[in-house]
Design a protein around this ligand. Sequence first.
Ligand code: GLP
Length: 243
Amino acid sequence: LQVFETSEQASLAVAARIARLVFEKKEKGEKAILGFATGATPIPVYRELVRLHQEENLSFKHVVTFNLDEYYPMQPAADQSYVAFMRRHLFDHVDILEENIHIPDGTAQYVHRFCIEYEEQISTYGGLDIQLLGIGRTGHIGFNEPGSAPNSGTRLVTLDDLTRRDASAYFGGKENVPQKAITMGIGTIFKAKEIILMAWGANKADIVKQAVESDVSTEVPASYLQLSNHAEFVLDREASSLL
Ligand code: GLP
């Protein structure tokens, strides 16, 4: 657990770790395999990565990314898609190669097959070096809602009512939020070499407390991270205030 005074300081530290990994891998002639998350939480991390690209020569040419999740159904071109989110906040501003970007396909017709292939693609690259996570107020990581199994893989899931309510502002009403999503599983996330869950602000303090201090339980999927020896919570002061 690491607590920073502000979310900005925490985000700079996380971005610096990612940049270091990318530089180190490049020196070895290897690619950095990064698991990315969406939501408001990682935005300052992406902002800093863009700055490092523009001002400090950080190149994404040897970076391969896999995003955690996507709504289903969802057109990639739609404003609310996680494809659009990643373009807006990161991919359009750096030199990443299109073929190295992977985001679950919200238009996949054969979803089950798509999910198996997504897992296989991650494995082909030798697994994720770093997986970034936010946390939803249901305790979800990715879109692994309460009830998710610890060994779950990438799959189609049904979103919790609270998750849809929290997303309603982006969709102009809860009724417009898709009922389903494709998400990496808890098992997929666990295979990453480093897992960094970030949370900012007082409205995350309660779920952070449950994730960190309550018994490990499917009721709070993020609590599974207690069982990992390579997972960290990176918090700002407010999100840590109930610990
Ligand atoms: C969505 C995403 C999650 C994210 C969560 C929290 O549900 N699928 O990956 O962690 O929102 O979002 P925010 O960071 O905006 O609080």
